[in-house]
Design a protein around this ligand. Structure first.
Ligand code: GAL
Length: 418
């Protein structure tokens, strides 16, 4: 009794011993989730913050892959006015961390037990110098093939499982008068298809050697030439009037039956769902040809900037905690097409595509076939990624480009960017 009284008097006279009071503040959040499915997925996060009395200032910069968003972010950060949090992923987290822009989230992480509920492959990416500076939102699988079953049926073909089958199927769809492959435009989308074909041709070991270890011999190898030739062959099965097409327009072409297939990460599923389409009935999700055993991962995350205002810091911490909240993880990932970042969720509301994705994530984790995506900044630094994008896109868009020379060019460009 007497000790309790003493503690109370001590606490009241020593503010540091009082429980931390939370202040209302503003969170400004930079992201590039502007397509139908993406915008719907992120909305509950805003509501969650507002429910806690904070203000959400949306800083959405259109452009899948986030290239434009990153350019805008750099300008804001350099002028000393960064947002509270920004969609920053993979190696970029280390780059921002080493420049001293990011804040330590270890207290929020400890309270939420992140080390226990999030896979290590994910938490490792979120830490800079061993401290949490970013929060994961999800795990996307990149190596998917999306298909319209009605179009496949009309062409008399089924979903291809190998690259050779893919080209046979694509040829038949073309002869039946349908567009075999829909594509969006831009270097990250070219790179998405390229890395998927390269994974199929090189296998896990070759892919890792080339794009993670940056082995120059592998980058210039005959196998890489083969990957480039097969990648370029996709051109024969695409339409040419796509100069401004966004990835989600390409997805809606498959959803509407204007095209048979798309090679894209499972944010495409978010788009099918937003269009009211049902997996297994209106669209098919299958591993990209020749990559059933592998799982190319893309982990979305928000990195948190160092702020001064204490209300804004509180709002920022509330946001960090809300991202890994069980309810948000469920609603967000159901709409986004990705797997939850935490492993302890009840998956009963998730569809077969998500369950397949989870099963292949676990299998690939065991077999060593989890590979980081090049196109999504998971495999290597933004400098090397930029060099790969340039070579791959130039090659894809130049009808006269030579695959052998391009493989050598790829190795040279990577060497210069390391
Ligand atoms: C990726 C992002 C995904 C998806 C895609 C298209 O970079 O990681 O979540 O939204 O861009 O915008």
């Amino acid at each position: 009794m007497r000790i309790n009284k003493l503690l109370l008097t001590l606490a009241l006279s020593t503010p540091a011993l009082l429980p931390h009071l939370s202040y209302a503040g503003e969170v400004e959040v930079l992201h590039w989730w502007t397509s139908g499915g993406e915008a719907k997925a992120v909305q509950p996060l805003k509501f969650s913050l507002e429910k806690q009395g904070h203000t959400w200032k949306d800083f959405a910069v259109a452009g899948g892959g986030g290239e434009t968003a990153m350019t805008v972010l750099k300008t804001r950060a350099v002028s000393g006015n960064p947002p509270s949090a920004a969609q920053i992923k993979g190696h970029d987290i280390q780059e921002w961390g080493s420049l001293g822009f990011l804040t330590n989230l270890d207290d929020v992480a400890a309270a939420g037990d992140w080390d226990a509920i999030v896979p290590k492959i994910v938490t490792d990416i979120m830490k800079f110098n061993g401290e949490y500076v970013a929060v994961p939102v999800n795990i996307h699988r990149v190596n998917w093939l999306w298909a319209n079953p009605a179009v496949l049926k009309k062409a008399g073909v089924s979903v291809p499982t190998t690259l050779d089958e893919f080209f046979v199927v694509a040829e038949k769809i073309k002869s039946a008068g349908y567009l075999p492959l829909s594509n969006g435009v831009g270097s990250w989308q070219d790179a998405t298809m390229f890395e998927t074909i390269a994974l199929s041709v090189l296998g896990t070991e070759g892919y890792t050697k080339a794009f993670v270890e940056l082995d120059l011999e592998m980058l210039a190898s005959d196998k890489m030439v083969e990957a480039l030739v097969k990648f370029k062959k996709l051109r024969d099965y695409m339409d040419s009037d796509a100069p401004e097409r966004q990835w989600y327009k390409a997805t809606s072409m498959v959803a509407n039956g204007e095209a048979a297939m798309q090679i894209m990460g499972d944010w495409a599923k978010g788009e099918f769902i937003a269009l009211g389409k049902v997996p297994g009935k209106d669209f098919i999700c299958a591993p990209a040809p020749g990559t059933a055993e592998q799982f190319t991962y893309n982990i979305d995350s928000f990195a948190f900037f160092d702020l001064k205002d204490s209300g804004d810091v509180d709002a920022q911490k509330a946001l960090a905690a809300a991202i890994l909240d069980k309810n948000f993880q469920e609603t967000f990932n159901l709409k986004k097409g990705s797997l939850p970042a935490r492993t302890d969720l009840d998956m009963s509301k998730f569809d077969q595509c998500s369950l397949d994705s989870l099963a292949s994530f676990k299998m690939a984790e065991r077999s060593g076939d989890l590979v980081p995506s090049v196109s999504q900044g998971m495999a290597t630094t933004s400098y090397v990624q930029g060099a790969i994008f340039d070579v791959v896109t130039d090659f894809f868009n130049d009808p006269n480009a030579d695959a052998k020379k391009t493989a050598k060019k790829l190795a040279k460009a990577v060497k210069a960017a390391i």
